[in-house]
Ligand binder design. Structure first.
Ligand code: GDP
Ligand code: IMO
Ligand code: MG
Length: 480
């Protein structure tokens, strides 16, 4: 056999990793959409349909992506779903069809979308288990936790639990039989009627047939591209605070979301890492249960936002939208200000439509996320929303820049929820600007109060701000 030359790190190819720095929904997708033109491949490395990544299109339309990477509007870019993701074949087939039918934009994913054959499949029993057990966390009910749990368990006696897309390609008959066995076992455990098992499996198989052309058997797919000089942008789903190890456990998702995870779930060697881009937003949000030190209205807001009736949110957008927003803003109660901010800044779940809990920008949490992940460049979205504070009774802009725990100052996010729920956030009030910044495109043209705040964030977090979102559209952005 001819001797192969030892492969060296390519001089030109590299990878950058983009991650969410707060509790998800920081506006990662709009940044990916903006940066994608400078890359060859946009790749997901974690999560699945629990992600809701919004891009506002030129004609005012909105696209909410769940599993397809956010580079869709650039026809020549490869979109890759890595082995660290968990794939819902039915939702993916429907998502692809929707994308290929967006009015006025030609999106063709043939030969562009590649999915690792090692990505685990969300099986029908994962959805059943999540529906039964996910309520106390407030999951998105996409079967994410049960699927990753099965991946870790591997087998239950003779029963194979972790089934990968490649398995279904190798031998559909055998592996769909295994999926059915898993389904029946879980129905038995929870006393669920399994009369429709055959239908459910047949439906899954028909959706699988629609996506199987996208499965990539070459486990060196990305590596070979980078060797030839390709530039990869890894698109993180969820966020640092939702990481299964580093986040506010157990109120987290079930994958690793940190920078380093891109080089496990994204099927590329860490040798190629160039930089990490972190995305935050100026008014924070969280959906689901769990500690949130700077939440407007604290525990009351957590309970209110998570309240459901007949499986649906008790406080959906159409109801809250009818409230007297100016009156809420003038209230002395932070809870009311939070409701107003949620309505004004459209903070309702992309995947679940739940009201998102909203909070003051927390610099202690942000600095922690940046240090933990070696963030090189910081993007801050939703700066256009900060002028809303000028309409409050005090007319000042609140920022959290200190934590105390049991009377002691700390400069980190506690590692247990008990401690995190006990943290007292120190709020500082800044002078607020009242102008509309959504039309501003140059840093020097931003109000001086906002410029000052951004400089303060840089120095508090020890990280350069590379860009500022001043509206949801691609052009509504200030590069710094
Ligand atoms: P992702 O999951 O991190 O991609 O974020 P989502 O798409 O779930 O939520 C972010 C929401 O904020 C979307 O509706 C975006 O259109 C919107 N958004 C992003 N950046 C900005 C911004 O700078 N200003 C405003 N007003 N909205 C923004
Ligand atoms: P993007 O990528 C915000 C939250 C859920 C729940 C917890 C566990 O759009 O930022 P899961 O279904 O993953 O088992 O739910 O994590 N969560 C998110 N919150 N943005 C997301 O994704 C999220 N994905 C999961 O609300 O609290
Ligand atoms: Mg989202």
């Amino acid at each position: 056999m001819a001797k192969k030359k030892v492969q060296k790190r390519s001089a030109k190819g590299f990878a950058d990793v983009l991650i969410g720095l707060q509790y998800g929904d920081e506006g990662k997708a709009r940044i990916v959409d903006m940066l994608a033109k400078d890359y060859d491949v946009i790749a997901r490395f974690n999560g699945g349909a629990n992600a809701g990544h919004t891009i506002e299109t030129k004609d005012g339309g909105k696209v909410a992506l769940q599993q397809v990477p956010s580079g869709i509007f650039y026809p020549k870019k490869i979109l890759y779903i890595g082995s660290g993701c968990v794939v819902n074949v039915e939702k993916l087939a429907i998502e692809i069809e929707k994308l290929e039918n967006i009015k006025g934009v030609k999106v063709d994913l043939t030969n562009r979308l590649r999915i690792s054959c090692q990505a685990s499949v969300i099986q029908p029993h994962h959805l059943l288990i999540d529906a039964e057990t996910g309520k106390t966390i407030g999951t998105t009910k996409n079967g994410i936790g049960p699927c990753y749990a099965d991946k870790a368990l591997r087998m239950d006696g003779e029963r194979l639990l972790n089934i990968k897309l490649g398995d279904l390609l190798d031998d559909p008959q055998e592996y769909f039989k295994k999926i059915k066995a898993n389904y029946l076992a879980v129905c038995g455990k929870y006393g669920i009627d399994h009369a429709h098992a055959d239908n459910i499996i047949a439906t899954m198989e028909s959706f699988f047939n629609r996506i199987k052309e996208y499965i990539e058997p070459d486990t060196l797919f990305l590596e070979k591209k980078v060797q030839k000089g390709a530039k990869i942008l890894f698109e993180g789903a969820q966020s640092i605070m939702l990481d299964i190890t580093k986040g506010s456990v157990p109120y987290v998702t079930s994958s690793n979301t940190v920078t380093a995870a891109a080089y496990v779930g994204g099927d590329l060697s860490p040798n190629y890492h160039r930089k990490t881009i972190g995305v935050a937003k100026a008014i924070m949000s969280r959906v689901g249960y769990g500690p949130f030190a700077s939440e407007f209205g604290g525990e009351r807001s957590e309970k209110y936002c998570m309240a459901t009736e007949g499986g649906k949110s008790k406080h959906p957008q159409p109801v809250e939208a009818k409230y007297d927003i100016e009156k809420l803003l003038k209230s002395g109660d932070y809870f009311d200000i939070g409701v107003a901010l949620r309505v004004l800044s459209h903070e309702y779940g992309t995947v679940t439509a739940r009201p998102r809990r909203v909070g003051i920008l927390d610099l202690v949490q942000l600095a922690y996320a940046i240090r933990m992940n070696g963030v090189d460049e910081l993007m801050i979205n939703k700066c256009d929303m900060l002028n809303v504070f000028a309409r409050t009774k005090r007319g000042v802009l609140p920022i959290v820049n200190g934590y105390t725990l049991d009377g002691r100052e700390i400069d980190y996010v506690p590692g247990t929820v008990k401690a995190y729920y006990s943290v007292k956030a120190k709020v500082e009030y800044k002078k607020c600007f009242d102008s509309d910044v959504s039309g501003v495109r140059k840093f020097g043209k931003l109000p001086k109060e906002l410029q000052g705040l951004l400089r303060e964030i840089e120095s508090f977090c020890g990280c350069k701000i590379a860009g500022v979102g001043v509206g949801p559209e691609r052009e509504q952005f200030v590069k710094v």
